[in-house]
Design a protein around this ligand. Sequence first.
Ligand code: PMP
Length: 358
Amino acid sequence: MTSIDDLPIRDDLRGTSPYGAPQLDVAVRLNTNENSYPVPDDVVDAIGKAVQAELHDLNRYPDRDAIALRAELASYLGHGLTTANVWAANGSNEVQQQLLQAFGGPGRSALGFGPSYSMHPLLAQGTGTRWIGALRDPDFGLDPGRAVAEIEKHDPDLVFVCSPNNPTGTALDPAVIDAVLASARGMVIVDEAYTEFARPGTPSALTLLPGHPRLVVSRTMSKAFGFAGGRLGYLAADPAVVDAVQLVRLPYHLSAITQAAARAAVVHRDSLLTTVEAIKEQRDRIVATLRARGVRVADSDANFVLFRAGDDQRAAWQAFLDRGVLIRDVGLTGWLRVTAGTESETSAFLSAAEEILS
Ligand code: PMP
């Protein structure tokens, strides 16, 4: 049988593995930080009509610039942002890949602070960008002085900062981003995939956009909007950044169906985003219940919780799975991550936790 190694593949891809959370058929799936609530009926109807309206025209390419969708996303973001400030792609993974294609690449470097989203280094590698793995503080925060020291030491072309951070849930004060912006020569990408779940008092880095043309705020509809299957991510930045990513994007990268469905979803955002409060409640319930049992838990501003699972997190992960609860081993020794789902999913997780985490 032919293996990858028999092929003339790039040397830097040899021996690497694809990103992949297990997609197992179990009753309670709390491993990929999806929104557990199905799309509500009124939004299903609206998306159905919007997609239907496109079908006769599928012989034509879609709007290459996705203007109507970007306008709707800009109106959702507020902060005086317009269509020119917003760019969209098939998930924020693709947005970030385009940023690396435009601003990274061979001979260039990107720096991030781990533990953080594991796709950042993979996207860097895929685009031939050298990845520099700096570290967060022991409490998973990011001290501005340390962040600045790492940036001054490595002088990267891009800096990735995730807030609220996956997998720890930690939100950063915009003052940290401000310090990073002041010291970085290159682009600063703030991945705010989970920002809608942040507790009050943590403003988005969107507030820093005026006067910072090297700042990019990356967002997604996969989490709070419950639109992971629709694949729609977007960024907000100076219009020059939007011009830059257009140099590398594939023409017609967003299908007419994606654009129509996502636009209908954003128009009906009030209906979709009603689940956010319920999810935050379950997140806070997980934190409080585990802490009451003496389990160490990281503060969370996201729709998931990172908790101590003993010294052997792999065995604990399996023990949860054996009880029909799929959570995530993010490769952080002693820790596991669980997504806050519906009330009954959370109850199933907490019952299993009671047995497993003593
Ligand atoms: N950023 C972070 C921090 C994430 O956790 C995720 C999803 N796991 C993404 C980006 C990518 O999401 P999507 O491509 O679905 O927008």
